[in-house]
Write a protein that binds this ligand. Structure first.
Ligand code: J2J
Length: 545
């Protein structure tokens, strides 16, 4: 079919044919889906936030109108457009406008700062950026202007809801044209670029096609039993793969239901919105699930009776917490183990309680292929613990334009090395035991050890630094920085390290939680010490082994 995008790694032809024959890939685009839903039920509510309520007809029209305006601005199919927006209705119209035009949103998080955005914009060679004015007392327009000034390809800055426009920026509202006929993408084309958790150096960008992503959204909507009466609340930052597609906002639209947005995930904000919008399903990371559970156990007065399913994923949910969630919130718990690269596992809504509480579920598709292998790539005995590798109809075959990362993260046969250590129970459900990769999973937010170490090495008082994850009862893992000082008499403090990293324009979730000053790092065996071994040795020491 089409040449999708230079730098995109396609599926081998035989597999692609198989996925078409198996009706995984149906040749529909996201624009097609929205237009079909709008034709079938124009007056049903599609999107809700605290300021807006749009029907399917309105969402379809608004996104076509913006797509036409973007084309007038000079954005062409295949162009990359950074989107950094909080959870609000405009996110949905903007991404559907880009889908319809065939331009590629690059999903940035509101927590990203210059140190993340500049490399992302560079790796994507983005032509435009869409963001907002001030949100939660942070000036996104000013940040975007700084990014634009440093990234050569970035020519257009479009702002949602911004009172004082930076120089050269335009209001999104200037691009609401009368919808015109657009050629639009094909289903085999790349729909967007997603970010991999814990990238170092050159960001690892994940290119997903309409065909493959729509399949994952459709299967997710089926597994999660969504329908027209679904009201999905986007509680996590909506640019994340989980609230986007598992089943997320796209699953809700696939099913003809409604997408609701909460600007922040705390019970104080989200509980009243659940009651107000009649939310039926939402997804959380474990620390938030704990917060919600504790709030409900403490007798919060909001009426959460519309909420039927609470999904928890992004990091391992402790069995103890998992057991409390259902009774406290009056919901069915669903564990979700997924990754932006593809594979998503779910516990099913009718699974026995032991499965729901103690496992991370099983693949959503019968066409997902999984293997658990040892460090030499040899499959372990059934039930054994090892590295999870996978291929399937919605798992990428390579990162976008990044052969070095591909060499590490994909087998010679093109299977994705998830970096997760798992076992598969006889009933087919997975249990996630940990990670082999060098990142810390801080309550679902991933932090690359190497990336943070590189920042710390710039600190004038730091000679060397090693980042490890240490156990934390709420977050699962916290970020511990072992630092060797330049001068033993001048030991860097936690405050100075944090404010230093912050001043380098790094997302707040990456700040170290603990700093341990050490005079020497341990020797980890014969020969050259690898950073990986060093991290392991320090982590083992910190865990008290
Ligand atoms: C343990 N580790 C988990 C879980 C993800 C749905 C849900 C989550 C993500 C996501 C996603 C875990 N228990 N339940 O994209 O569509 C860790 C694993 C995994 C990595 C992927 C989705 N759920 N993880 O979290 O790309 O280590 O996607 O490889 O952000 O999170 O991170 P990310």
């Amino acid at each position: 079919t089409d040449p999708v995008l230079a730098g995109f790694t396609p599926w081998p032809a035989d597999l692609a044919q198989r996925y078409r024959d198996q009706n995984c890939w149906t040749s529909e685009t996201f624009g097609d889906v929205l237009t079909a839903r709008a034709a079938a039920a124009p007056d049903r509510i599609a999107v809700l936030d605290d300021a807006n309520s749009w029907t399917y007809a309105e969402l379809d029209h608004r996104s076509s109108s913006l797509a036409t305006g973007f084309a007038r601005l000079g954005i062409v199919p295949g162009d990359r457009v950074l989107v950094q927006l909080p959870n609000r209705a405009e996110f949905v119209e903007v991404i559907f406008a880009l889908f319809k035009l065939g331009a590629l949103p690059v999903f940035c998080l509101p927590a990203h700062r210059k140190a993340e955005l500049v490399p992302i914009a560079g790796a994507a060679a983005a032509e435009a950026m869409i963001t907002c004015g001030t949100h939660q007392r942070f000036d996104y327009a000013a940040l975007a202007a700084q990014v634009r000034d440093e990234v050569e390809s970035l020519r257009h800055l479009l702002l949602v809801d911004c009172e004082s426009l930076p120089q050269g920026a335009r209001h999104l509202d200037e691009y609401r044209d009368t919808p015109a006929e657009l050629a639009g993408p094909s289903a085999g084309d790349v729909a967007f670029l997603q970010l991999s958790g814990g990238s170092t150096g050159i960001p690892k960008l994940i290119a997903r096609t309409h065909d493959d992503y729509l399949y994952s959204v459709r299967r997710s909507a089926e597994v999660c039993e969504l329908d027209q009466d679904t009201v999905y609340l986007a509680t996590l930052p909506v640019a994340h793969n989980f609230p986007m597609s598992s089943p997320g906002i796209l699953g809700a639209i696939w099913a003809g239901g409604a997408v609701a947005m909460t600007p922040d995930p705390t019970p104080a904000t989200a509980f009243p919105l659940i009651e107000w919008f009649g939310v039926t399903i939402t997804g959380l990371v474990p620390p938030l699930a704990r917060l919600w559970t504790e709030r409900a156990e403490a007798g919060d007065t909001a009426d959460l009776s519309s909420l039927r399913v609470l999904q928890v994923g992004g990091a391992r949910c402790q069995d103890e917490l998992a057991r409390r969630i259902g009774p406290a919130l009056g919901v069915t718990l669903q564990q979700v183990f997924g990754m932006a690269e593809g594979l998503v596992c779910y516990t099913r809504l009718d699974d026995p309680i032991d499965v729901v509480v103690s496992t991370q579920g099983r693949p959503m598709s019968e066409h997902d292929q999984l293997a658990v292998v040892d460090d030499n790539g040899v499959e372990v005995a059934p039930g054994g613990t090892g590295n999870l590798i996978t291929q399937g109809p919605y798992t990428i075959r390579g990162y976008y334009n990044n052969p070095d990362a591909d060499a590490r993260s994909f087998t010679a046969q093109g299977w994705y090395r998830t970096g997760d250590i798992v076992s598969v129970r006889p009933d087919g459900n997975l249990v996630v035991a940990g990670r082999a990769g060098d990142w810390v999973n801080r309550g679902g937010e991933k932090v690359s050890a190497e990336e943070l170490e590189a920042h710390l090495l710039e600190h004038p008082a730091v000679r060397d630094a090693v980042i490890v994850g240490t156990p934390d009862p709420v977050l699962g893992q916290r970020i511990c920085a072992f630092v060797q000082p330049v001068d033993p008499a001048q030991r860097p403090t936690l405050i100075s390290v944090r404010s230093f990293v912050r001043s380098r324009g790094v997302a707040a979730w990456k700040m170290p939680d603990t700093v341990v000053v050490v005079d020497e790092f341990p020797e980890t065996g014969v020969g050259k010490t690898s950073r990986k071994d060093l991290r392991q040795a320090l982590a083992d020491g910190a865990h008290g082994k």
